[in-house]
Design a protein around this ligand. Structure first.
Ligand code: NAI
Length: 213
Protein backbone atom coordinates (compact mmCIF):
# COMPACT_ATOMS: atom_id res chain seq x y z
CA UNK A 1 0.00 0.00 0.00
CA UNK A 2 1.50 3.34 -0.98
CA UNK A 3 2.23 5.72 1.85
CA UNK A 4 0.14 8.84 1.49
CA UNK A 5 -1.17 11.41 3.91
CA UNK A 6 -4.78 10.60 4.75
CA UNK A 7 -7.03 13.54 5.59
CA UNK A 8 -8.40 13.85 9.12
CA UNK A 9 -12.09 13.61 8.07
CA UNK A 10 -11.36 10.25 6.40
CA UNK A 11 -9.52 9.00 9.49
CA UNK A 12 -12.42 10.14 11.67
CA UNK A 13 -14.83 8.07 9.58
CA UNK A 14 -12.77 4.86 9.86
CA UNK A 15 -13.87 3.91 13.41
CA UNK A 16 -17.45 4.36 12.25
CA UNK A 17 -16.91 2.02 9.27
CA UNK A 18 -15.29 -0.43 11.65
CA UNK A 19 -18.29 -0.27 14.02
CA UNK A 20 -20.91 -0.67 11.28
CA UNK A 21 -18.99 -3.57 9.72
CA UNK A 22 -18.87 -5.21 13.17
CA UNK A 23 -22.67 -4.91 13.35
CA UNK A 24 -22.98 -6.45 9.86
CA UNK A 25 -20.69 -9.31 10.83
CA UNK A 26 -22.82 -10.01 13.90
CA UNK A 27 -25.86 -10.07 11.59
CA UNK A 28 -24.01 -12.68 9.47
CA UNK A 29 -23.89 -10.39 6.42
CA UNK A 30 -21.04 -11.67 4.25
CA UNK A 31 -20.84 -8.96 1.63
CA UNK A 32 -22.27 -5.55 1.04
CA UNK A 33 -22.26 -3.04 -1.81
CA UNK A 34 -21.06 0.52 -1.26
CA UNK A 35 -24.65 1.63 -1.92
CA UNK A 36 -26.09 -0.56 0.85
CA UNK A 37 -23.33 0.38 3.27
CA UNK A 38 -23.90 4.04 2.41
CA UNK A 39 -27.63 3.70 3.14
CA UNK A 40 -26.99 2.13 6.52
CA UNK A 41 -24.44 4.76 7.46
CA UNK A 42 -26.19 7.82 6.10
CA UNK A 43 -23.31 8.52 3.69
CA UNK A 44 -23.14 8.53 -0.09
CA UNK A 45 -21.75 5.52 -1.97
CA UNK A 46 -19.21 7.76 -3.70
CA UNK A 47 -18.02 9.05 -0.32
CA UNK A 48 -17.40 5.49 0.80
CA UNK A 49 -15.55 4.60 -2.40
CA UNK A 50 -13.46 7.75 -2.16
CA UNK A 51 -12.59 7.00 1.48
CA UNK A 52 -11.54 3.44 0.72
CA UNK A 53 -9.59 4.55 -2.34
CA UNK A 54 -7.33 6.49 0.03
CA UNK A 55 -6.11 3.08 1.18
CA UNK A 56 -5.97 1.50 -2.25
CA UNK A 57 -9.67 0.56 -2.54
CA UNK A 58 -11.04 -2.62 -1.01
CA UNK A 59 -14.07 -3.65 -3.07
CA UNK A 60 -14.49 -5.63 -6.26
CA UNK A 61 -16.59 -4.42 -9.16
CA UNK A 62 -19.93 -6.25 -9.07
CA UNK A 63 -19.18 -7.97 -5.78
CA UNK A 64 -19.08 -5.15 -3.28
CA UNK A 65 -17.15 -5.52 -0.05
CA UNK A 66 -16.45 -8.69 1.86
CA UNK A 67 -17.60 -7.59 5.32
CA UNK A 68 -15.26 -9.63 7.51
CA UNK A 69 -12.23 -8.91 5.32
CA UNK A 70 -12.97 -5.21 5.11
CA UNK A 71 -13.45 -4.98 8.88
CA UNK A 72 -10.12 -6.72 9.42
CA UNK A 73 -8.35 -4.39 6.99
CA UNK A 74 -9.86 -1.27 8.58
CA UNK A 75 -9.10 -2.68 12.04
CA UNK A 76 -5.50 -3.16 10.94
CA UNK A 77 -5.31 0.43 9.71
CA UNK A 78 -6.74 1.61 13.04
CA UNK A 79 -4.28 -0.57 14.95
CA UNK A 80 -6.91 -2.53 16.90
CA UNK A 81 -4.57 -5.49 17.17
CA UNK A 82 -1.79 -3.46 18.69
CA UNK A 83 -1.37 -3.29 22.43
CA UNK A 84 -0.73 0.36 23.14
CA UNK A 85 -0.02 1.00 26.82
CA UNK A 86 -2.38 3.60 28.27
CA UNK A 87 -2.41 5.40 31.61
CA UNK A 88 -5.30 7.43 33.01
CA UNK A 89 -4.74 10.50 35.17
CA UNK A 90 -7.53 11.77 37.41
CA UNK A 91 -9.65 9.03 38.95
CA UNK A 92 -12.68 11.20 39.74
CA UNK A 93 -16.19 10.77 38.39
CA UNK A 94 -15.21 10.95 34.73
CA UNK A 95 -11.94 9.04 35.05
CA UNK A 96 -13.61 6.16 36.85
CA UNK A 97 -16.42 6.05 34.28
CA UNK A 98 -13.93 5.96 31.40
CA UNK A 99 -11.78 3.33 33.09
CA UNK A 100 -14.84 1.16 33.71
CA UNK A 101 -16.81 1.65 30.50
CA UNK A 102 -14.40 2.26 27.63
CA UNK A 103 -13.35 -1.05 26.15
CA UNK A 104 -9.67 -0.19 25.67
CA UNK A 105 -8.66 -3.68 24.55
CA UNK A 106 -11.17 -3.72 21.73
CA UNK A 107 -9.48 -0.58 20.42
CA UNK A 108 -5.92 -1.82 20.52
CA UNK A 109 -5.07 -0.33 23.90
CA UNK A 110 -4.24 -1.69 27.35
CA UNK A 111 -5.11 0.43 30.34
CA UNK A 112 -2.12 -0.33 32.56
CA UNK A 113 -2.09 2.38 35.22
CA UNK A 114 -4.38 4.89 36.94
CA UNK A 115 -3.04 7.89 38.85
CA UNK A 116 -4.54 10.61 41.02
CA UNK A 117 -3.12 13.37 43.19
CA UNK A 118 -5.69 12.84 45.96
CA UNK A 119 -3.95 10.93 48.76
CA UNK A 120 -7.34 9.57 49.85
CA UNK A 121 -7.62 7.67 46.57
CA UNK A 122 -4.17 6.10 46.75
CA UNK A 123 -4.49 2.41 47.47
CA UNK A 124 -8.12 2.20 46.36
CA UNK A 125 -8.88 0.67 42.99
CA UNK A 126 -11.09 1.21 40.00
CA UNK A 127 -11.76 -0.98 36.95
CA UNK A 128 -9.60 -3.63 38.61
CA UNK A 129 -6.52 -1.40 38.77
CA UNK A 130 -5.01 0.26 41.83
CA UNK A 131 -5.08 4.07 41.86
CA UNK A 132 -1.47 5.17 42.24
CA UNK A 133 -0.07 8.42 43.65
CA UNK A 134 1.38 10.94 41.20
CA UNK A 135 4.78 10.62 42.87
CA UNK A 136 5.11 7.18 41.30
CA UNK A 137 4.25 8.32 37.75
CA UNK A 138 7.84 8.90 36.60
CA UNK A 139 9.13 5.53 37.76
CA UNK A 140 6.02 3.78 36.38
CA UNK A 141 6.61 5.34 32.95
CA UNK A 142 10.31 4.37 32.99
CA UNK A 143 9.37 0.81 33.82
CA UNK A 144 6.26 0.22 31.68
CA UNK A 145 6.66 2.76 28.82
CA UNK A 146 3.00 3.70 28.34
CA UNK A 147 2.45 5.58 25.08
CA UNK A 148 -0.90 7.25 25.71
CA UNK A 149 -2.34 9.24 28.61
CA UNK A 150 -6.05 9.81 29.22
CA UNK A 151 -6.45 13.12 31.03
CA UNK A 152 -9.48 13.42 33.33
CA UNK A 153 -8.16 16.18 35.54
CA UNK A 154 -9.34 19.78 36.01
CA UNK A 155 -8.32 22.04 33.14
CA UNK A 156 -5.99 24.20 35.26
CA UNK A 157 -3.68 21.22 35.74
CA UNK A 158 -3.74 19.93 32.18
CA UNK A 159 -1.00 21.84 30.37
CA UNK A 160 1.71 21.48 33.05
CA UNK A 161 0.96 17.79 33.48
CA UNK A 162 1.05 17.25 29.72
CA UNK A 163 4.52 18.78 29.46
CA UNK A 164 5.66 16.50 32.26
CA UNK A 165 4.11 13.43 30.63
CA UNK A 166 5.80 14.22 27.30
CA UNK A 167 9.12 14.29 29.16
CA UNK A 168 8.20 10.85 30.55
CA UNK A 169 7.75 9.53 26.99
CA UNK A 170 3.99 9.87 26.44
CA UNK A 171 3.27 10.49 22.76
CA UNK A 172 -0.54 10.59 22.67
CA UNK A 173 -3.15 12.36 24.78
CA UNK A 174 -6.84 11.57 24.98
CA UNK A 175 -7.72 14.77 26.70
CA UNK A 176 -11.05 15.25 28.49
CA UNK A 177 -9.90 18.12 30.69
CA UNK A 178 -11.91 20.84 28.89
CA UNK A 179 -8.72 22.57 27.87
CA UNK A 180 -7.43 22.40 24.31
CA UNK A 181 -3.85 21.33 24.86
CA UNK A 182 -1.04 23.09 23.02
CA UNK A 183 1.84 20.83 22.11
CA UNK A 184 4.73 22.04 19.95
CA UNK A 185 6.26 18.61 19.46
CA UNK A 186 5.09 17.28 16.04
CA UNK A 187 5.55 13.70 17.28
CA UNK A 188 2.94 14.17 20.01
CA UNK A 189 -0.70 13.60 19.06
CA UNK A 190 -3.57 15.19 20.96
CA UNK A 191 -7.22 14.28 20.75
CA UNK A 192 -9.25 16.83 22.69
CA UNK A 193 -12.68 15.47 23.60
CA UNK A 194 -15.56 17.71 24.62
CA UNK A 195 -18.84 15.87 25.03
CA UNK A 196 -20.54 19.24 25.38
CA UNK A 197 -19.46 20.20 21.83
CA UNK A 198 -21.24 17.15 20.52
CA UNK A 199 -24.39 18.11 22.45
CA UNK A 200 -24.22 21.65 21.09
CA UNK A 201 -23.89 20.27 17.55
CA UNK A 202 -27.06 18.27 18.19
CA UNK A 203 -28.82 21.34 19.55
CA UNK A 204 -27.77 23.38 16.52
CA UNK A 205 -28.99 20.73 14.10
CA UNK A 206 -32.34 20.58 15.86
CA UNK A 207 -32.86 24.27 15.36
CA UNK A 208 -31.38 24.77 11.89
CA UNK A 209 -31.67 22.87 8.66
CA UNK A 210 -28.41 21.27 7.54
CA UNK A 211 -27.05 19.93 4.23
CA UNK A 212 -27.68 16.34 5.25
CA UNK A 213 -31.45 16.75 5.36
P1 NAI B 1 -13.64 15.07 39.67
O1 NAI B 1 -13.38 16.24 40.58
O2 NAI B 1 -14.62 14.03 40.09
O3 NAI B 1 -12.23 14.31 39.38
C1 NAI B 1 -11.04 14.95 39.10
C2 NAI B 1 -9.92 14.09 39.69
O4 NAI B 1 -8.67 14.62 39.25
C3 NAI B 1 -9.90 14.10 41.21
O5 NAI B 1 -9.89 12.78 41.70
C4 NAI B 1 -8.63 14.86 41.55
O6 NAI B 1 -8.02 14.39 42.74
C5 NAI B 1 -7.77 14.58 40.36
N1 NAI B 1 -6.75 15.60 40.08
C6 NAI B 1 -6.86 16.92 40.15
N2 NAI B 1 -5.70 17.51 39.79
C7 NAI B 1 -4.85 16.52 39.51
C8 NAI B 1 -3.49 16.49 39.08
N3 NAI B 1 -2.80 17.62 38.84
N4 NAI B 1 -2.91 15.30 38.89
C9 NAI B 1 -3.61 14.15 39.09
N5 NAI B 1 -4.90 14.12 39.51
C10 NAI B 1 -5.50 15.30 39.68
O7 NAI B 1 -13.99 15.68 38.28
P2 NAI B 1 -14.68 14.93 37.04
O8 NAI B 1 -16.13 15.14 37.08
O9 NAI B 1 -14.16 13.55 36.96
O10 NAI B 1 -14.12 15.79 35.82
C11 NAI B 1 -12.74 15.79 35.51
C12 NAI B 1 -12.46 16.79 34.40
O11 NAI B 1 -13.11 16.39 33.22
C13 NAI B 1 -12.99 18.18 34.71
O12 NAI B 1 -12.06 19.10 34.21
C14 NAI B 1 -14.29 18.27 33.95
O13 NAI B 1 -14.60 19.59 33.60
C15 NAI B 1 -13.92 17.46 32.74
N6 NAI B 1 -15.04 16.88 32.03
C16 NAI B 1 -14.91 16.82 30.69
C17 NAI B 1 -15.87 16.27 29.91
C18 NAI B 1 -15.63 16.26 28.44
O14 NAI B 1 -16.55 15.99 27.67
N7 NAI B 1 -14.43 16.55 28.00
C19 NAI B 1 -17.10 15.72 30.46
C20 NAI B 1 -17.14 15.77 31.91
C21 NAI B 1 -16.13 16.33 32.65
Amino acid sequence: MSKQVISTPVIRRLPRYYRFLGDLERENVERISSRELAQRMGLSASQIRQDFNCFGGFGQQGYGYHVKELREIIGGILGVNERTGVILIGAGNLGKAIAAHVDFEKRGCNLIGIFDSDPLLAGTSTAGLPIMPMETLNSFCSQHHPQVAVLCIPKDAAQALTDELIAFGIGGFWNFSHFDLRVNNPDVIVENVHLGDSLMTLAYCMHHSTDEE
